[in-house]
Design a binder for this molecule. Structure first.
Ligand SMILES: Cc1cc2nc3c(=O)[nH]c(=O)nc-3n(C[C@H](O)[C@H](O)[C@H](O)COP(=O)(O)O)c2cc1C
Length: 367
């Protein structure tokens, strides 16, 4: 049996429990991409439950916006909106972590007039509804690193406890690491090492920005997807090298974006070992590791910790059940019905309701 409460996250920082609200886009920002009242209520409710809350992917620039009504931190005018977001999370005693995001070639087309869809290279993602992106120039790549820097400075000013670089789920940071989307021949592509240049430059930028504008307590995390389905695509050998490099940097955590916390390789079906067991061997012991994916009861939470995760993120289950952490820690059944007590922004509720296969996970909707 593991202890889930009062967990020492880093020097000077004890969090009330090891559960993390997984970053989840709400599609519910105001039309001007500031935080809506519905989102504020949603975060306030989760801040009471979770030790740490990672926000929805937040666009670092106008070009970065991937979704309709995605909250933004693209210029200083957004600091008050971001300050409301940080405050709503911290009111209940959770750490507030802002997920910094650029969608790259995954940006949904037609979000605004003059939209500029870019990526490492002009290679379209394998999805019908997306467009072929424009390859970024070398100068523009440095410009995007600066967009992330400015966004991080705003996050510090807005009162966040930390930031997470969204290097997962096929968005721009991952697009630079991926041999599918990155066919560049400058310092940002051409070999595995060079495909790491952009992700690691962002990490170095974040460490320097913390030094310049915050203090050591400010948290820096990196989220990654260990594999891709595409061919060529990121495989576990690539990811071993990336996590080894990340573990040598002065960051606080690595967050593995997985469909199931105990998932094995999606590319090598013969190897049934959980991915976390394979990657943990790369000497990651001194970084906090966050796992995610279908964690909805105490047995799974204990199993995930025993496999090697330090903190456990919860996504969908936290949307249905506003008291999910209390239920899991006390070994009570979680609530699987999405209803008015779930305290969800309406667009998010409607989106999730339209998703297929949620009944396979035991979820239902009251209307
Ligand atoms: C509605 C929804 C929105 C999501 N948006 C994000 C996001 O903004 N950033 C991100 O890194 N992952 C996002 N995810 C992925 C989740 O963080 C999580 O990894 C995934 O849902 C698996 O965990 P679960 O089984 O507990 O739901 C989203 C998931 C859902 C359900």
């Amino acid at each position: 049996m593991n202890n889930f409460k009062n967990y020492k996250f880093k020097e000077n920082i004890i969090i009330k429990n090891r559960f993390v609200l997984a970053p989840m886009t709400t599609y519910s920002g105001n039309p001007d991409l500031t935080l809506s009242d519905e989102e504020e209520k949603y975060y306030q409710a989760r801040g009471k439950e979770f030790g740490m809350v990672i926000t929805a992917a937040t666009a670092v620039s106008k070009q970065a916006q991937a979704f309709e009504n995605q909250i933004s931190i693209m210029n200083d005018d957004y600091i008050p909106s971001m300050a409301r977001l940080a405050k709503s999370i911290k009111l209940g005693g959770a750490l507030a972590i802002l997920q910094l995001h650029h969608g790259g070639r995954m940006n949904y087309p037609g979000l605004f007039e003059g939209q500029d869809i870019v990526s490492a290279s002009a290679i379209k993602a394998e999805r019908d509804y997306l467009l072929e992106p424009r390859a970024l120039t070398n100068d523009e790549v440095y410009g995007i690193i600066d967009d992330f820097r400015q966004a991080m400075i705003r996050a510090i000013k807005a009162g966040f406890d930390g930031i997470e670089l969204h290097g997962a789920n096929t968005y721009l940071i991952q697009q630079f690491f991926s041999p599918h989307s990155n066919r560049r021949t400058d310092e940002f592509g051409g070999s595995l090492e060079k495909r790491m240049t952009f992700p690691l430059a962002l990490v170095d930028m974040a460490i320097q920005t913390r030094k310049d504008y915050a203090n050591d307590d400010f948290i820096i995390g990196y989220r990654l997807s260990p594999e891709e389905y595409e061919n060529p695509g990121i495989n576990l050998d690539d990811t071993k090298v990336l996590v080894r490099n990340l573990s040598m940097k002065n960051i606080d955590y690595i967050h593995f974006s997985l469909g199931n916390y105990k998932q094995s390789s999606i590319r090598d079906e013969i190897n049934k070992k959980p991915i976390i067991e394979i990657l943990k061997k790369e000497n990651l012991g001194h970084k906090k590791l966050i796992g995610v994916g279908e964690i909805d009861n105490l047995d799974k939470a204990n199993h995930a910790i025993n496999l090697g995760f330090d903190l456990l993120a919860i996504g969908l289950q936290a949307l249905a059940d506003e008291n999910v952490v209390s239920h899991i820690i006390n070994n009570h059944p979680v609530k699987k019905v999405f209803d008015k007590n779930s305290i969800l922004p309406s667009n998010l509720y409607e989106r999730v309701k339209r998703w297929r296969n949620l009944s396979d996970r035991g979820f239902s909707f009251d209307q």
